[in-house]
Design a protein around this ligand. Structure first.
Ligand code: SF4
Length: 385
């Protein structure tokens, strides 16, 4: 398992906003088991590192399992990691891959590993982070993790290269997002002195304060046991469903006004995640044999499956004929590209990328706004002239 600093860059978005989260997370026992998402991400990073170190493409490692703790490299991973490799290689310059960076000048005993640091002739230091997740888009602007890596890289390489601009890059190939943001070395160093270092001091203090909020609590391991978050969420829920001002009357609560719904929407994600964390924590307690008054463990729903696929296949073939017992499936686009090569005209001709379903997002979201046309489905709103 990779060593982590107590106040590591990957948690800076959390502990900079909620100093108490460091001590709270320390109370959560480490199961030693990584989530499937974490294992998938580690495998993608191992693939990228291996391909860059050996100057190979991702598909040279299709099907490979780098170590028993990781999963096999599958076709999707090949495709997505190749997008990242192409981006990194196109920069040229001098590259350092999987580089440990030290930020203890600002955050005591803190270090991290930058996926790629690239120095180009135009005085730009590119600090590139591969994020293999596909849940939440992460943006480079003011991203504390990327800024911490950049500080560590600056501390290590400032004497070797002329660095005028720092470019933080977050590459999320599964979301088709490459987020870039430039900051001058002076502004980065000013942020470190004025914001990062004081936040680290607050997080290391005794009785560090709590500060519940969406950004910091979303990925906090302590959200299932955190009283500050529970109180915050219950207050939000009560406030959101009440009408400010007069006592609630039957008329008032018939339906929520769009403004009230708009007030609730930004809170829903955190409320949902918090509810799941509390439930998960309660289940953990029951699994340990502890009492959670009024609750017990029961067998969950499950779906039927063939006990032995080979045996069932043979038996059904005898009874129904092989044609009726099995279905044929077309190979995936990635598999076809493996056979014919990326960009093969036949594949291009038969490939479409359907429009994604409309989904709700804050107005600050960088994606284009789509507008429902009641007569003709939906389409993109043209850019303002
Ligand atoms: S759940 Fe939120 S408020 Fe509680 S410790 Fe974590 S970040 Fe802080």
């Amino acid at each position: 398992m990779t060593a982590h600093a107590k106040l590591g860059p990957s948690g800076a978005h959390r502990w900079m906003l909620c100093p108490a989260s460091v001590e709270m997370e320390a109370q959560i026992p480490d199961t030693g088991i990584d989530s499937p998402y974490a294992v998938e991400g580690t495998t993608a990073h191992a693939l990228a590192e291996m391909a860059l170190a050996n100057n190979r493409d991702a598909d040279d490692y299709a099907g490979v399992r780098f170590n028993p703790d990781l999963i096999h490299v599958d076709d999707d991973m090949v495709e997505y990691v190749q997008m990242y490799l192409d981006y990194v290689r196109e920069l040229g310059g001098t590259r350092f891959t999987e580089q440990r960076v030290d930020i203890s000048r600002w955050v005591p005993e803190s270090f991290g590993t930058a996926d790629n640091i690239v120095f180009t002739d135009d005085g730009v230091m590119h600090v590139i982070d591969l994020k293999y997740g596909k849940g939440v888009p992460v943006f480079a602007q003011n991203n504390p993790q990327g800024m911490c890596y950049a500080l560590g890289a600056l501390a290590a390489y400032d004497f070797l290269f002329d660095i005028e601009t720092v470019r933080i890059v977050i590459h999320q190939p599964r979301l088709d997002v490459v987020s870039e943001w430039d900051i001058s070395r002076e502004d980065l160093l000013a942020w470190a002195d004025n914001e990062l270092a004081p936040a680290a001091q607050a997080a290391n203090a005794e009785d560090a304060p709590f500060n519940p909020g969406d950004k910091q609590c979303r990925f906090c391991d302590a959200k299932g046991i955190c009283r500050a978050l529970a109180e915050h969420n219950l207050a939000v829920a009560c406030e959101g469903f009440s009408v400010v001002g007069d006592p609630i009357s039957t008329k008032d609560v018939k339906s929520l006004a769009p403004e009230e719904i708009a007030g609730l929407l930004p809170q829903l994600d955190l409320l949902t995640k918090w509810a799941k964390s509390v439930e998960g924590h309660a289940q953990g307690l029951l699994e340990l044999g502890e009492d959670v008054p009024g609750f017990k463990l029961v067998e969950g729903r499950s779906v039927r499956k063939w006990a032995d696929e080979d045996a069932a296949g043979k038996a059904l073939s005898r009874k129904l004929g092989a044609k009726n017992a099995f279905t044929k499936k077309l190979i995936t686009i990635t598999q076809a590209e493996k056979e014919l090569g990326r960009g093969d005209p036949l594949i291009v001709k038969h490939t479409v990328k359907p429009e994604g379903k409309p989904t709700i997002a804050p107005v600050s979201d960088k994606r284009r706004t789509i507008e429902i046309d009641v007569t003709d489905g939906f389409g993109e709103v043209p850019d303002a002239a």
